[in-house]
Design a binder for this molecule. Structure first.
Ligand code: C5P
Length: 241
């Protein structure tokens, strides 16, 4: 539905250790899935070959390595990710304005004109709650993701990033702070009939799409489905109904 705006895209988190298991899954899912997320788990075992294998199969790749380092190092890492053919790359917004600007410049400098991948900033990890955030920021008062997430999203936007990763519960706050064109990538998604697993702040695909997510990231509900292609199609159908 997505408020009459862009359609919400499904990204399947390819959370496998062995590249062959990941590719068997991609084969089984067929054309029901276009976008895949390669995280640190698969990347540490298979490296750039994982990206190349997905690109060879005509898939879009979100390289979810959440870079967080000095600007020069992040810029070099982003340049390599772009050369690998990633369609979406992320860094931590907490790395700061200069780091994010260096990432955007490196992506632009290493992409053909008009083909720069989406640059996405991680705001506050969905595994962190107010208590963890208060602890890591050394606050005396309680500090909540509902304050820090839109703050970091705005910083990311000012730094030239295309969008952020955040929980579905923060979509309205980010839209108010950053406007309708900012790209929202939303994990922590669970279809109504599936297991919650270790996710805490979840929403269904339909709810997240209705709130205006541009991309939803789904792992286990599709990876563990008896028929992954059917599960992916059901999620996509739910988002446009
Ligand atoms: O299996 P599940 O749907 O919970 O997988 C969600 C995926 O999204 C995992 O790859 C996880 O690492 C990732 N992710 C997340 N929360 C974030 C950022 C990424 O769940 N804040």
């Amino acid at each position: 539905m997505n408020c009459g705006k862009r359609e919400t895209e499904l990204i399947v988190a390819l959370d496998f250790v062995k590249l062959q298991d990941a590719l068997d899954f991609v084969e089984t899912a067929g054309d029901s899935v276009t976008w895949y997320k390669i995280g640190s788990q698969l990347f540490c075992s298979a490296g750039p070959a994982a990206v190349a294998a997905l690109k060879a199969r005509g898939k879009k790749v979100f390289l979810d390595l959440k870079f967080y380092d000095i600007p020069n190092t992040v810029a070099s890492a982003v340049a390599e990710a772009v050369k690998m053919g990633a369609d979406m790359v992320n860094v931590h917004a907490s790395g700061g304005r200069e780091m994010m600007m260096a990432a955007v410049k490196a992506a632009a400098d290493n992409s053909p004109a008009g083909k720069r991948p989406l640059l996405i900033a991680v705001t506050v990890l969905t595994s962190m709650d107010a208590a963890t955030l208060t602890e890591v920021t050394n606050r005396k008062d309680a500090y909540t993701p509902s304050v820090h997430v839109p703050y970091l999203a705005k910083l990311a936007k000012e730094s030239g990033m295309d969008g952020v990763v955040a929980s579905a519960h923060e979509i309205d706050l980010i839209r108010s702070a950053c406007g309708g064109d900012f790209v929202l990538v939303i994990p922590g998604i669970r279809p109504a009939d599936s297991s919650v697993d270790d996710q805490k702040r979840i929403m269904t695909p339909r709810e997240a799409a209705a709130k205006g997510a541009d991309f939803i990231v789904v792992g286990r509900p599709v990876l563990k489905a008896r028929n992954p292609a059917e599960a992916a199609r059901a999620i996509k159908a739910e988002m446009v109904s």
